[in-house]
Design a protein around this ligand. Structure first.
Ligand code: GLU
Length: 437
């Protein structure tokens, strides 16, 4: 069974970049009848906030990306302690005593010599007495993972064959001097504990993957399959990170963007499949396939999202949207006007147009009065408009424009044949005579 996790750090709001990872995890789990875990990577106590955790849950819920179970890394510290001790016992985790200034000095010296700034493992050569002497000075160790100098390979579901030469990497710090853990370590411990089968995340984690694979092996865990999604870029090809503030899910929700449009765009962007509106997440589940995700950065455009959001409304069945509409918006009204909505809030205008009162715009009084006299008797249906207007002795714009302005007070809008029966005879007659109704 596929078991996947979305692992945000609750240190900020979710934006389109990280929700893309959430979406692919969720779609993959649903497609393969698997399990989707929400894991909050909250080991950074200073920056993790309950309000961000709540916001993450709210955003996922709004998008319809429900999770099967939720885990918090801060609840699992005992597991990390045990894994740390196992790595110390097997000689893969070693204490280091350099201060940040000392490390920075070493780094600059290597760079000045034109060499890669790889940690020199000086701490690995300290003997027991030297370590004790440093600790007597009041230094507290941070702990590094001793990498094997091998080339780590994996088959990435998106990127194909990958290899990282660990001989050219610094041994990563897994435990800080204050005893707190770094994400790259706790993530591996949890991926093993929860038997994660597929790690689906952004390609900013590719460089971590080599060291993480060695950690999986050192901890005796089975290796998951990796899928690293390309980053999102803006139309000019630049990174989105600076604008992520305005691309938070909360912000898009505030602006009336449809949740299904966000998912439809993010699931298909940069893939071989067309971006098109959907009426549920089902077609996205059915088509999720890493083999169809391109390796190039995917271009994200807010205009495309807004456009897709409108098209999502235009195709939306009444049953899907009913709970979000004012109770007096009936199915015929919805079907008549949905094609003219940019955001759902626009429904208020058309509700007002059919139920009134509106102040009609009178362009040609005598013509309108005559048209009012010729209004057929009710009951009215979709054929009434044609039947009525074909007897008014005008054609084209000269016929339709004054009628639309008087009946709706709008220059453009939904098909009048659909609106007229919803407006009703009494209201239509009053408006044609220039009376607010
Ligand atoms: N907390 C990590 C992040 O938000 C998770 C990365 C991963 O999925 O392994 O980037």
């Amino acid at each position: 069974m596929a078991v996947v996790r979305f692992a945000p750090s609750p240190t900020g709001l979710l934006h389109v970049g990280n929700i893309r990872a959430a979406l692919f995890n969720w779609l993959f789990a649903r497609r393969h009848g698997g399990k989707f875990i929400l894991r909050l990577d909250d080991t950074d106590r200073a920056r993790s906030k309950a309000e961000f955790e709540a916001a993450i849950e709210c955003d996922l819920g709004w998008l319809g990306l429900g999770w099967d179970t939720k885990e918090r890394q801060s609840d699992r510290l005992a597991h990390y302690d045990r894994a740390r001790d196992a790595l110390i016992a097997s000689g893969r985790l070693y204490p280091c005593y350099e201060t940040p200034e000392e490390l920075e000095f070493k780094r600059r010296r290597l760079l000045a010599q034109g060499r890669p700034p790889v940690y020199d493992r000086a701490a690995l050569r300290l003997d027991e007495a030297a370590r004790r002497a440093l600790e007597a000075e009041g230094r507290k160790p941070h702990w590094r993972f001793r990498l094997e100098a091998t080339e780590v390979r994996w088959d990435d579901l998106v990127r194909g064959r990958q290899h990282v030469d660990e001989a050219s990497q610094s041994d990563p710090v897994l435990v800080r001097a204050d005893g707190s853990y770094l994400y790259s370590f706790t993530s591996v411990v949890d991926d093993i504990a929860f038997a994660i089968t597929h790690v689906i995340r952004g390609e900013d984690h590719v460089t971590n993957t080599g060291a993480q694979i060695q950690m999986f092996e050192a901890l005796g865990g089975p290796l998951p399959t990796f899928a690293h999604l390309p980053l999102l870029v803006d139309a000019a090809g630049g990174g989105l990170s600076k604008r992520m503030g305005s691309l938070s899910i909360a912000d898009l929700r505030e602006r009336g963007v449809e949740p299904l449009a966000i998912s439809a765009l993010l699931a298909r962007l940069g893939t071989a499949d067309p971006v098109e509106p959907v009426t549920s997440l089902e077609p996205l589940i059915a088509s999720v396939d890493f083999a169809r995700v391109g390796r190039a950065a995917a271009r994200f455009s807010e205009e495309e999202l807004a456009h897709l959001s409108a098209r999502t409304l235009h195709a939306m069945p009444y049953a899907t949207v009913r709970d979000r509409l004012p109770s007096d918006v009936t199915e015929p009204l919805w079907l008549a006007v949905r094609g003219n909505l940019s955001t759902l809030d626009d429904i208020a205008l058309w509700k007002q147009v059919v139920s009134g009162p509106i102040a009609p715009v009178v362009e040609d009084g005598p013509f309108l009065a005559e048209a009012a006299d010729k209004l057929p008797a009710e009951p009215w249906d979709d054929t009434t408009w044609k039947q009525w207007t074909s007897g008014l002795g005008r054609k084209g714009r000269a016929l339709f424009h004054p009628l639309r302005l008087a009946l709706t007070a709008q220059e453009t809008g939904p098909e009048m044949a659909k609106l007229l029966p919803l407006i009703g005879r009494a209201r239509a007659a009053a408006r044609l005579r220039g009376q607010p109704a």
